[in-house]
Design a protein around this ligand. Structure first.
Ligand code: MN3
Length: 193
């Protein structure tokens, strides 16, 4: 199996002014593409070449000898998931089921933003469903994602600097606000709920 870079689910300029076409050109066309290419090179002629992305992530997590494969596989998964979490004219009202789990829409946004802005260095903030069905907000460093903690990802935002630096420079909180208020594709999030 060869992994492929999926097309963005929207036009490159569809998320402006919140995420510029320039950012997506680099983020999707260079960063995401590089993770796909690296993964294909690393798994070539190994048993991993026959596995799904999710299988590779679960089998290589926490194995220092397989860190390169894990990092690239997880980043391919994370970025594809992130693109699906956004749409033109997104944001808007937080779905009632989610708002309720956090004591209100504002509390949900506050908690999600706190996770995204307090992630030290590169990483991701997530809304997840755990084994008991409870909704939780978590943050992960670098390529790590909730699959390895037996959690179902529902929503994510990329807080690596490459995700926002061209548009927001060091203002990560402003990027996260724009994501929550103008970009989230709640229909996608609700599919896995
Ligand atoms: Mn990224």
């Amino acid at each position: 199996m060869t992994f492929e870079l999926p097309n963005l689910p929207f036009d490159k300029s569809a998320l402006e002014p919140y995420i510029s076409a320039k950012t997506l050109e680099f983020h999707h066309g260079k960063h995401h593409a590089a993770y796909v290419n690296n993964l294909n090179n690393l798994v070539k002629d190994t048993p991993f070449a026959l596995m799904t992305l999710e299988e590779i992530i679960l089998k290589t997590a926490n194995d220092p000898a397989k860190a390169g494969i894990f990092n690239n596989a997880a980043q391919v998964f994370n970025h594809t998931f992130f693109w699906n979490c956004m749409q033109k004219n997104g944001g808007g009202e937080v779905p009632a089921e989610i708002a309720k789990a956090f004591g209100g829409a504002d509390k949900f946004k506050e908690e999600f933003k706190a996770a995204a802005t307090s992630q030290f260095g590169s990483g991701w903030a997530w809304l997840v469903k755990d084994k008991t069905g409870a909704l939780k907000i978590v943050k992960t460093g670098n390529a790590t994602n909730p699959l390895t903690s037996d959690q179902v990802p529902l929503l994510t935002v990329d807080v690596w600097e490459h995700a926002y630096y061209l548009d927001y420079q060091n203002r990560r909180p402003d990027f996260v606000d724009a994501f929550l208020n103008h970009l989230v594709n709640w229909n996608f999030v609700l599919k896995a709920l």
